[in-house]
Structures are given as C-alpha cells and as structure tokens.
Design a protein around this ligand. Structure first.
Ligand code: TXA
Ligand code: MG
Length: 338
C-alpha cells in the first residue's frame, strides 16, 4: 500500500528526531537515518549488525545537494548525475569535511545517490537533506524488496530501534545500485547493478573500468571498501548451488537420492524430475530486468519453504547479466548458514 502524505511527514519528523525509518527505493528497501546525526547513524549499525568500518550511501533529494556532501566533483560525475538521477547509480566522490566518519567508514570518500521512487523522493524532499541508508537487511543477508521483507529481516530490532517502515510496494529494479568510483582519472565500477559499465561509457564517451572482480577478495586482513565486495554476501540461509542447464536433471536426481528437498530456479524447459513432490520450482525469466526484479523475493520464498538445497541454472555470462551473476555467485558462497 503506497504511503500517504501524512506518513511521509511523520517519517521526516522521526528522522529529524534521530530515529530510523525504513523506506522503499527503486532498487531495494533502505534503513534510513539523518546522515548528519552520528547518534542516529550508530543505530543503523546496531540494527543491522554491521561492522562500523562499512560506509553508508547518502541519499539526496536531487543533484543540487551534491556540494553539501562532496568536494572536487569532476565534470564526469555531474554528467552521470544529470543522465542517471533519479536512478540506480551511486557515485563515490571526495567527501565534504562535514560528512560524519560513520557515513564514510573513516575514508576520504562518500557515496551518494538520488533514488527513483516516489516515496523515497517525497521523504527526501520533506526531510530536506541527506538520508544515509544501507539496505534494510541483516549484515550479509538478502536485501529486502518489499516492506514485509523488511519486517522479516529486522524483526527483533523493530520495537527497539526502527521507528517506522514506509511501504512503497515491491521495488522495481530488485538489486542494489551500480556503484562507480569517480575519484580517479578513469571511473571504476565497484558494484555492478542495473546501469551497466557500457551505459556509463556511452554517457561519458570515455573508458570506465569494470574491475570490481579484482576486489572480490574475502581476506580477513583486508578492510573492505565495499561490503558488497565480500565474496559471501547477499546470501540465503539455504545452501545455494549454481549449475548448467544440462546438469540440472543430474543435480536434482542426486539431491533427491539423498532425501533432500530441492528448490529450483530454472528456465521454462522442464526435465521430468521437476514434477517430484520434493521439488519446488520457479521459472527463471530470460529477461535480465525481470530476473533481477524477482531474484531476492524468490530466494526468500525458497528459504521460507525449508528446503535443503537451492539449485539455480547459471544465467548467460555477458555484460547484461553481470549484476545478476555477481549476486548469484556471492549468494552461492555465503549460503547455507541456517
Ligand atoms: O541500491 C542501493 O544502493 C541500496 C539502496 C537502499 O539505496 N543501498 C545499498 O546500501 O545497497 P548498502 O549499505 O547495503 O550497500 C552500499 C555499498 C556498501 O557495499 C558500501 O561499502 C559501499 O556502498 N559504499 C558506501 N560508501 C562508500 C565509499 N565511500 N567508498 C566505497 N564504497 C562505499
Ligand atoms: Mg546491503
């Protein structure tokens, strides 16, 4: 149910009072706090169980606020902001000195974006400044794409630390924003998303590094600049395996033989084994946007169905599917911690 205007006004008041408000964006739901209020920001880390050195994205009402949060903004960043905002693109820029360390994780950069969702934009305009918001899930888990998922994720925190959840329906994009680091001469994608490296290259008429893969180390000695860059992230509780379409029948058969209940996310074709009563099946869309839109909700559904194994057929390995493949590989690595 879309949030009414008086909900927006109340949410903005709560944020001004240092409370947390969960709100919808076009990508995933965020858990928001006044980005200038360190006491409010502390509550985000407590509610999520997130380490304090993981920086937060600041959400802005529009690009005219950029100068309050960042300095030395390159022309290319203005170009991308003008072309992609409101939209699923986060720009990493040199931080303004007034940005709290809790937002930046103590780094000299800040992540900013203008989300493309009517409820988020109404809230940001009413609030009138930056709202820091990570995805509204527990650290390392699947991002919520409906208000009900937020409740599920932050259940225990709801009475104590989250003052309000704004309901804006299901998120249109369904996976987190593309993050691009604009602080060096050639922009670099730190997290792939719906806006691809090629789109950014076309907008800038210039090269963009797509080398986030090089940063996928999950080394305990290494302080991650992007929490989404940890190899085990975005994970369902049920063990998840990727497999080629050709190997699916054998993989299902093997699991059934071990007495397992299996959840399968695969394209339309239907090996006979899918009819087994111990197999739950959802059709994987052949369209990238639809697949991304459905992905987290489907993984949640599988988790709730109490299966022993999730099998997902590997999507095409090309630029368009980059962000989805990224999330699936991390989900496979991090899954199985019931
Ligand atoms: O789509 C999204 O971006 C969603 C919605 C709510 O806007 N937000 C989101 O936030 O995914 P979160 O905190 O779950 O992921 C933000 C990522 C983290 O991996 C964080 O490390 C990275 O952005 N990040 C934030 N500020 C950064 C900075 N200054 N330098 C490098 N990475 C940064
Ligand atoms: Mg997140």
């Amino acid at each position: 149910m879309p949030s009414a205007m008086n909900d927006i006004a109340r949410a903005a008041q709560l944020l001004h009072a240092g409370e947390l408000v969960a709100f919808p964006t076009e990508t995933v739901y965020g858990l928001g706090a006044d980005a200038h209020n360190p006491i409010a920001l502390e509550k985000i880390f407590a509610a999520k169980g997130r380490p304090a050195d993981h920086p937060l994205i600041v959400h802005l009402p529009d690009a005219s606020h950029l100068g309050d949060w960042a300095i030395d903004i390159p022309a290319a960043a203005h170009t991308l902001a003008a072309a992609c905002w409101p939209g699923p693109l986060t720009l990493i820029l040199k931080r303004h000195p007034s940005v709290p360390d809790l937002v930046t994780g103590g780094q000299n950069t800040v992540g900013v974006r203008v989300p493309n969702h009517p409820v988020a934009l109404a809230l940001l305009r009413e609030f009138g400044s930056g709202i820091a918001a990570p995805s509204a899930n527990k650290f390392g888990r699947i991002s919520p794409t409906t208000a009900a998922h937020v409740k599920e994720e932050l259940g225990e925190s709801l009475e104590t630390s989250v003052a309000m959840i704004l309901d804006g329906g299901a998120c249109a994009v369904g996976i987190e924003s593309t993050i691009v680091d604009m602080t060096s001469a050639t922009p670099r994608i730190l997290r792939p998303g719906a806006i691809s490296a090629n789109t950014l290259r076309q907008l800038l008429h210039a090269p963009v590094h797509d080398s986030h893969a090089a940063q996928q180390t999950d080394n305990a000695m290494h302080i991650p600049r992007v929490s989404g860059s940890l190899a085990a992230h975005y994970a369902p509780r049920t063990s998840l395996q990727l497999c080629a379409v050709e190997s699916l029948p054998a993989a299902i058969a093997a699991a059934l033989q071990q007495g397992q209940r299996v959840a399968v996310l695969a394209p339309e074709l239907s090996p006979p084994l899918l009819a087994n009563q111990h197999v739950i099946r959802r059709i994987a869309s052949a369209d990238f946007s639809q697949f991304a839109h459905d992905l987290y909700a489907t993984l949640r559904e599988f988790d709730a169905a109490d299966c022993d194994l999730i099998l997902v057929t590997t999507p095409p390995d090309n630029e368009a599917w980059r962000a989805v493949n990224d999330r699936l590989h991390r989900a496979a690595t991090g899954s199985g911690n019931k």
